[in-house]
Write a protein that binds this ligand. Structure first.
Ligand SMILES: [Zn+2]
Length: 347
């Protein structure tokens, strides 16, 4: 197989539910493990930092000494990532603003799950406004990273839960702060989750394109550039095969490195879920998250030479690490950052 060069993006975050997972095993360890594999094989990645999580840890660390340790762990790792040449960019999960910390645990509040739920007032130092939140988090990241890399700028974004729409509410703020690259869309995918759903069924399936009002519509010389997460349509036979394997426990169950659990949303009925799985829900991300190695390898074979891959360190396991390492070692795969591809293709 011809060597593939993927843009590797990771969502640097713990679990979003009320079992967020132990920071060390859920985030720090798997990220170092991934870094080590990439370093060995001369590859780089873009790290979408769930920086509101870090912001809340910092804010509360005066009151809860155990959080000081978590704050230092994240700072050390972000520093190591920057020094190793990886690119750190903005990922926002605004529910952290309302999440309560008590007895060593986070109690999430999803009232404001997407950025759009914050106020539209233009108050630069108010985290409860879209403008203030983006301003404060961008400054936090740049203040932290610039001493290590003079030219560092936050320019790229991935929306928490892929909730980039309605983009009209974010557009002006992003333009003002120079955030002109987005990687939140998953063309062809839609989520039937009532509260946090999205519908990307009519979004362009390209490596990148420019847009202005919404990433749904390509606009020549638009002021923003979208880098959609690459989606693979699994054929019917593949889905049926996987379904049977899962149903009768033929293949090994996939486990996560992370110790937490993702948040619960409204589940469809079992019948509807099965129907969705077999007939409609055949699109998956170019990723190793939650996939067995057979599916992961299938994704790679089915992807073009350049594509955006997404990984969540919390959702990787021994098999996925070994598989990534092997594919890189034998020359099938290499990874570059979002910015590097911007240089290569001259957006
Ligand atoms: Zn996320």
């Amino acid at each position: 197989m011809k060597k593939k060069t993927f843009i590797l993006t990771i969502d640097y975050e713990v679990f979003l539910g009320n079992r967020s997972g132990d920071l060390q095993t859920t985030l720090i360890d798997p990220t170092y493990r991934l870094m080590k594999i990439l370093d060995k094989n001369n590859s780089k990645m873009t790290v979408f930092w769930d920086v509101l999580h870090y912001y809340r840890i910092s804010e509360l660390s005066d009151k809860y000494p155990e959080l000081i340790n978590e704050k230092i762990m994240i700072e050390n790792q972000i520093r190591d990532l920057v020094l190793a040449g990886h690119d750190i960019q903005l990922h926002l999960h605004p529910h952290w603003i309302d999440t309560v910390y008590q007895d060593g645990k986070w109690f999430p509040n999803y009232k404001r799950f997407s950025l759009h739920k914050l106020s539209t007032e233009k108050i630069g130092d108010d985290i409860n406004t879209i403008y203030g939140c983006v301003n404060m988090m961008k400054n936090l990241m740049e203040d932290f990273i610039r001493p290590l890399d003079n030219d560092y700028c936050v320019t790229s974004f991935r929306a928490g839960g892929y909730l980039i729409e309605p983009f009209s509410l974010l557009k002006e703020v992003f333009l003002e702060f120079g955030i002109i690259f987005d990687s939140s869309t998953c063309p062809g995918a839609y989520s039937y989750k009532k509260e946090y759903g999205y519908d990307f069924r009519k979004y362009p399936k390209l490596l990148n394109y420019s847009f202005d009002e919404t990433p749904k519509h390509i606009k020549t010389k638009g002021r923003f550039t979208e880098f959609p997460i690459y989606m693979i349509q699994l054929p019917f036979w593949f889905r049926l095969f996987k379904f049977i394997h899962r149903k009768f426990n033929i293949s090994k169950t996939y486990s996560f490195t992370g110790t937490g659990v993702n948040f619960e949303t409204t589940k469809p009925s079992k019948f509807k879920h099965i129907i969705n799985q077999i007939f409609y829900n055949g699109r998956i991300q170019l990723s190793a998250d939650g996939h067995d190695t057979y599916t992961f390898k299938y994704c790679i074979t089915r992807s073009p030479q350049h594509a955006v891959m997404i990984l969540h360190p919390k959702m990787l396991n021994d098999d996925s690490f070994q598989c990534i390492d092997k594919l890189m070692k034998n020359g099938t795969l290499e990874f570059i950052t979002l910015h590097k591809i911007i240089d290569v293709i001259e957006v």
